[in-house]
Design a protein around this ligand. Structure first.
Ligand code: URA
Length: 239
């Protein structure tokens, strides 16, 4: 990538600001003053400093976000907070959410600018499991488990794929639901199909990505090295 473009991509400055930085002698490549914006940077080898600060180029960004209630999964909304009221977005980053959670749903949300990763994780062909905790208005029963296992009619052209419902008999309004699809309001509609309403909903996991206790509501963090390996696995699998 050209040096001037590299400076823009890494720091968010404009191309003309990048050119100015080079002219002012504020950019060094491998300890030598940079003179030419057209210099081809090898991001894996060259050490680029601007204003004395090392710049590293990360093509893609990946965050785990603990979504609170009250914000929508959209890049812009005239009425409500969006997830990007919590996760700052540099205009160059083009971040988006990997799938959506309803405004009143909490929990694990992945945010990235890597379209291939997002596509592969969401593709119905991949059957990536998503597990939710739900609080129902009525206690779950053994029949509900069977109904979830058989797939449910929820008003779409096809019944849902089999899903897993589990609960502890001592607290049967607290249920865990695992689905492999991502239909609109799917957990709420499946619950409704067995005569229950969802009073509270939280996503706990999506494939190998798990919401950990140490990420507070409204907080986000970058993927760990282990999670970056999952990214490679998801991207490596062909559909
Ligand atoms: N299912 C729902 O009904 N709502 C969500 O936000 C996610 C899954």
């Amino acid at each position: 990538m050209r040096l001037d473009k590299f400076l823009c991509e890494c720091s968010g400055i404009t191309r003309s600001e990048a050119k100015k930085k080079i002219k002012q002698g504020l950019v060094k490549v491998n300890d030598a003053l940079a003179k030419d914006g057209a210099y081809k940077v090898d991001a894996s080898r060259d050490n680029v400093l601007m204003d004395g600060v090392h710049l590293s180029y990360q093509e893609y960004i990946y965050y785990v976000f603990h979504k609170p209630k009250g914000c929508v999964c959209a890049n812009y909304d005239a009425l409500h907070d969006t997830v990007f009221s919590y996760v700052p977005m540099n205009p160059k980053e083009d971040l988006f959410t990997v799938g959506r959670l309803d405004m009143d749903t909490e929990g694990l949300l992945l945010i990235t600018n890597d379209g291939e990763f997002s596509h592969n994780l969401l593709s119905p062909k991949k059957h990536v499991d998503k597990t939710y905790f739900a609080l129902w208005d009525k206690p779950a029963t053994e029949e509900d488990i069977k109904a979830f296992e058989s797939g449910l009619e929820i008003g779409d052209d096809k019944p849902t794929k089999p899903a897993k419902l589990s609960f502890d008999k001592s607290n049967p309004t607290n249920v865990f639901i695992t689905i492999s699809e991502g239909r609109f309001h799917q957990v709420k509609r499946m619950s409704h199909a067995v005569g229950k309403e969802v009073l509270y909903l939280k996503r706990l996991s999506m494939g190998q990505f798990i919401l950990e206790d140490n990420l507070a509501l409204g907080e986000y963090r970058e993927f760990t090295d282990k999670e970056m390996k999952y990214v490679k696995e998801y991207k490596g699998r062909h559909l």
